[in-house]
Design a protein around this ligand. Structure first.
Ligand code: NAD
Ligand code: TYD
Length: 345
């Protein structure tokens, strides 16, 4: 089987590529990635020389490139993760989100129906729970929850989910979609809350908590997400959607406090009490209040549950960042500093 994984140099994609290359030696895994600021080949050193793995640098925004790639390669399946993924950037620069997330997804779908064997090809779209909008104190996102995206990022992911289903209905493209909660773990770009705070603690900088820190997210360790994608890809019912989540809700302020304690323990308090660095800053525009997933479908249908608790996952994450300071310093040069300066003033 020849499987195209898009966005495989990013955070979740690199964990998935490593898993698929190791677990399925008979598959040919092709990783297509533009290597934006969020893509990093250093995430893939483990699989670089593997016989069943190939990397292609390319942009899914480029229709003719995507079309000729599909024509040449005759893929059996595509697991699509390539995306602009950061909500704050979607507020300041939404056009990149429309181009990559909507147009890029359309280019892949179009190439698949034109150049692949439609009777057997599988298109798997990796999506987010943010398409469902924002919850109040009660309730959980189910697969049947109506879409109600609130940010340019979630609107672009919702649109791409709709396109996938529309291609399923119109062109009989076989598809699967999963909508996952917030991921954390090694290799996450330090613009997202957890690695941003770890890096800021190491640099002795303020830990910016938006608003009052009362917004709630449901956190899942990245390897548990990669395992769920693997399971759905191989065993999930065709043309179905699965919600993936950790049943692990935290307010941002409680999470940042916990993270401070975890980093302090790991550093043996060499640089003091990190909680002193917590700083409440201006809220994100249109900040979704709460996300929480009901994962009962994937539990019942595929017998999936997360392997990591938040305690073990967070500990491994902190340890990874402390042991990979070179990785951090490589990714936070240049563009990141400009972004940070502009966003956090
Ligand atoms: P990421 O930002 O870390 O990585 C995105 C990858 O896509 C990068 O390697 C980047 O180079 C690549 N890419 C971006 N634009 C491209 C283009 N035009 N052509 C080709 N490649 C391009 O993202 P992530 O956090 O790993 O998320 C991966 C996917 O999972 C995304 O689709 C995201 O919406 C979804 N998701 C993320 C989370 C999360 O918490 N991070 C949760 C649920 C779903
Ligand atoms: P983030 O990691 O950007 O993921 P998402 O917006 O997709 O949920 O943010 C997680 C939560 O943390 C979200 O409620 C916004 C908040 N947050 C801060 O309070 N400060 C920050 O500097 C960042 C990046 C996020």
């Amino acid at each position: 089987m020849k499987v195209l994984i898009t966005g495989g140099a990013g955070f979740i994609g690199s964990h998935l590529v490593r898993r698929m290359v190791k677990n399925y030696p008979d598959y040919e895994i092709v990783n297509l990635d533009k290597l934006t600021y969020a893509g990093n080949l250093k995430n893939l050193v483990d699989v670089e020389g593997a016989e069943n793995y190939r990397f292609i640098k390319g942009d899914i925004e480029d229709h003719s490139f995507v079309s000729s790639l599909f024509e040449q390669e005759a893929f059996d399946a595509c697991i699509h993760l390539a995306a602009e993924s950061h909500v704050d950037r979607s507020i300041t620069n939404p056009d990149a989100f429309l181009r990559t997330n909507i147009l890029g997804t359309f280019h892949l779908l179009d190439a698949a129906v034109k150049h692949c064997d439609i009777s057997s090809f599988l298109f798997y779209h990796v999506s987010t729970d943010e398409v469902y909008g924002s919850l109040g104190d009660e309730g959980l996102f189910k697969e049947t929850t109506s879409y109600d995206p609130q940010s340019p990022y979630s609107a672009s992911k919702a649109a791409s989910d709709h396109f996938v289903r529309a291609y399923g209905n119109t062109f009989k493209l076989r598809y699967k979609i999963s909508n996952c909660s917030n991921n954390y773990g090694p290799n996450q770009f330090p613009e997202k809350l957890i690695p941003l705070c770890i890096n800021n603690i190491l640099e002795g900088r303020p830990l910016p908590v938006y608003g009052k820190g009362e917004n709630i997210r449901d956190w899942l360790y990245v390897e548990d997400h990669a395992e769920a994608i693997d399971l759905i890809f191989h065993s999930g019912e065709m043309n179905e959607t699965f919600n993936i989540g950790g049943k692990n809700e935290w307010t941002n302020i409680d999470l940042v406090r916990l993270l401070c304690d975890e980093v302090d323990v790991a550093l043996s308090n060499e640089i003091g009490n990190s909680q002193q660095l917590i700083t409440f800053v201006e809220d994100r525009k249109g900040h979704d209040m709460r996300y929480a997933i009901d994962p009962s479908k994937i539990e019942a249908h595929l017998n999936w549950e997360p392997k990591q608790t938040f305690e073990t996952g967070l500990r491994q994450t902190v340890q990874w960042y402390l042991s990979n300071k070179q990785w951090i310093s490589d990714v936070i040069s240049g563009d990141y500093r400009a972004y940070y300066q502009e966003h956090y003033k």
